[in-house]
Design a protein around this ligand. Structure first.
Ligand SMILES: [Zn+2]
Length: 133
């Protein structure tokens, strides 16, 4: 879709802090991270809803695989997998590391984004990327 920001990221028209890419999926750090390492996993083909994504099983298997990598790299309590179905209308799974005293009470507060420098984002993306086997 021409006016879809995620499709533009896939086409390389908008840059991102990429952590993973294969033929069907792309993962990158959320530009407004709710915590350090907050990653978005999207299908390369435009689908509005997660439930519509082709290779649905593969999609969630990949979410688990990347969660485990983020878990290893950042050592959070857990990596929450969140599908709000809101915001950008291109299917995306949020992988959000949950830390002690991270300001998120009772789950993940979508309004509590963190200021993380571009340098730090680059570093974290590299760390995750280099830990994927
Ligand atoms: Zn799209």
């Amino acid at each position: 879709m021409d006016d879809c920001i995620f499709c533009k990221i896939i086409k390389g028209e908008i840059s991102c802090h990429k952590v993973y890419e294969d033929d069907n999926f792309l993962a990158f750090l959320d530009i407004k991270p709710l915590n350090l390492g907050h990653t978005l996993l999207i299908p390369k083909k435009h689908f509005q809803w997660v439930d519509d994504v082709d290779n649905y099983d593969e999609y969630w298997q990949l979410a688990r695989k990347l969660s485990k990598v983020i878990q290893k790299v950042l050592n959070p309590i857990i990596v929450s997998k969140v599908v709000y179905g809101l915001g950008v209308s291109h299917a995306h799974i949020h992988l959000i590391p949950k830390f002690e005293n991270d300001g998120h009470i009772g789950g993940i507060n979508p309004n509590n984004s963190k200021q993380i420098s571009s340098e730090e984002m680059t570093k974290i993306a590299e760390l995750i990327k280099n830990s994927i086997k």
